[in-house]
Design a protein around this ligand. Structure first.
Ligand SMILES: NC(=O)c1ccc[n+]([C@@H]2O[C@H](COP(=O)([O-])OP(=O)(O)OC[C@H]3O[C@@H](n4cnc5c(N)ncnc54)[C@H](OP(=O)(O)O)[C@@H]3O)[C@@H](O)[C@H]2O)c1
Length: 213
């Protein structure tokens, strides 16, 4: 049975990925450290590698805050970079030797924002486009070693991601994805014999709902 290390397994997309992969026969191992705590993350992954060597690493944890740049605190900027970009890069580094031994796969959940430029999204976009380009570059480095790297760039998906934001998915269901659609893509990628390097999934229509202040 293949071992999948998964961050963000408690969130909307991560939970769906976990369920979909488990139902397809994978053994999903949630990474539970707070991702700003590098020492705890290193310890957790070193322990996991001893007993459940990784075949597939899915970096799904992340969060966003969308405001004028001057209104985002230094603490939030640092945390967004730590969780969305630094932690996935460190996890890839920690897992690479094992992934090379097992022809492994890395899947990084980025965002549609990694492919475009939106107002009030500068820091989030920087982290997600950074992770997307990290993925594409890393693949060039590790492809000869049998490792595949994928960036999945989802558009608006109906999850708790928007709970603390002043906007969210519109009531028109065609304007957002559901987590299962992203999870299905993860399964397709891990079961593919080739390497899907970059995939953007978008809802059919565009639309958001502003929340009352
Ligand atoms: N929803 C969307 O429209 C959308 C679109 C494109 C990309 N994405 C990306 O998809 C990924 C999953 O998001 P989601 O929509 O499923 O949102 P979500 O329901 O809010 O889930 C976010 C997940 O990330 C984890 N997380 C956040 N901060 C963390 C930290 N400091 N340390 C460890 N874990 C942390 C959360 O765990 P805790 O609850 O324990 O903090 C949770 O499991 C994110 O990377 C997000 O950027 C989402």
């Amino acid at each position: 049975m293949k071992n999948v290390y998964l961050t963000g397994s408690t969130g909307g997309i991560g939970r769906a990925i976990r369920q979909r992969l488990e139902s397809a026969g994978f053994h999903v191992v949630p990474i539970t450290s707070r991702l700003e705590d590098v020492d705890s993350l290193l310890r957790e992954v070193q322990d996991l590698l001893k007993f459940s060597p990784v075949d597939i690493l899915v970096n799904c944890a992340g969060f966003g805050l969308f405001r004028p740049h001057e209104e985002i605190s230094p603490e939030i900027i640092g945390r967004m970079v730590a969780v969305n970009l630094t932690a996935p890069m460190l996890l890839c580094q920690m897992c690479l030797r094992t992934l090379k031994e097992r022809n492994g796969r890395i899947i990084n959940i980025t965002s549609l924002e990694a492919t475009r430029h939106s107002r009030f999204s500068a820091v989030y976009t920087a982290t997600k486009s950074g992770l997307r380009h990290f993925s594409l570059s890393l693949f060039e480095e590790v492809r000869k070693s049998g490792v595949g790297v994928t960036s999945i760039n989802p558009g608006m998906t109906r999850t708790g991601f928007f709970d603390d934001l002043d906007f969210g998915p519109s009531d028109d269901e065609t304007c957002s994805l559901v987590p299962d659609e992203v999870a299905e893509e993860v399964l397709r990628i891990v079961e593919s014999s080739g390497v899907v390097t970059d995939v953007t999934i978008q809802p059919q229509r565009v639309g958001v709902k502003r929340k009352p202040y």
